[in-house]
Design a protein around this ligand. Structure first.
Ligand code: E4P
Length: 216
């Protein structure tokens, strides 16, 4: 299972990369808006830190604008994957870009049928937003399970990228369901380190070592 980090913050990306667990990065307009940096400059820096898929999202809503932005962003580095929203124009763009060999991440997926359509159009990734579904009292992880089943049934190569992750349990469930990727906020990645028995265990080992007067 691949771990992406869901952020446009360089320090967070560097920290996650240093832990040896990072396979890629996802950004979106809201995450980029939090950083006071030029978008392309930011992406240029991210591709130097992480050697894996880096999702960069278009902000135009019609085909021509999306294609113009997508080709421009894809020109930054071969690891850039273009994120497009699940709309009729977004799917047209997905078909065109995948035909040109540019990877597309179809985002804002809230149903298994949307994911099926995105895969048929040639998406490299689909991003079901599990946290936002949970927020409206739908079981977000249920659609991940359905998408994994559908893709297995028809042997689609599109990867299921679990997005809008809010807590470590989302990551655990995604792994158990066989999702290909989880894109994880920095806060959740840090939470995944935590176990009280690990902390207590370290404390006890070190106390025993010190009390015995041992030296390294
Ligand atoms: C990532 O690709 C998504 O844009 C992101 O996970 C959305 O998360 P949010 O629902 O917490 O904004």
């Amino acid at each position: 299972m691949k771990f992406f980090i869901d952020t446009a913050n360089i320090e967070q990306i560097k920290a996650a990369a240093s832990w040896g667990v990072l396979d890629g990065v996802t950004t979106n307009p809201s995450l980029v808006a939090k950083e006071s940096r030029d978008y392309k400059e930011l992406l240029n820096q991210i591709v130097e830190i992480v050697d894996g898929p880096i999702s960069a999202e278009v902000v135009s809503e019609e085909v021509d604008g999306m294609l113009r932005e997508a080709r421009d962003l894809a020109g930054i580095h071969s690891n850039i994957v273009i994120k497009v929203p699940f709309t009729p124009d977004g799917l047209r763009v997905t078909k065109t870009l995948s035909g040109e060999g540019i990877g597309v991440n179809v985002t804002l997926i809230f149903s298994p049928l949307q994911a099926l359509m995105a895969a048929k159009a040639g998406a490299r990734f689909v991003s079901p937003f599990v946290g936002r579904l949970d927020d409206i009292s739908h079981q977000g992880m249920d659609i991940v399970n359905d998408i994994v089943t559908i893709y297995d049934n028809y042997i689609f190569e599109t990867e299921v990228l679990v997005a809008s992750v809010r807590h470590p349990l989302h990551v655990l469930e995604a792994a158990l369901m066989g999702a290909d990727v989880a894109t994880i906020p920095f806060k959740v990645l840090k939470q995944m380190f935590k176990h009280p028995l690990t902390d207590i265990g370290i404390e006890k080992f070190l106390a025993d070592w010190r009390n015995a007067g041992k030296k390294m």
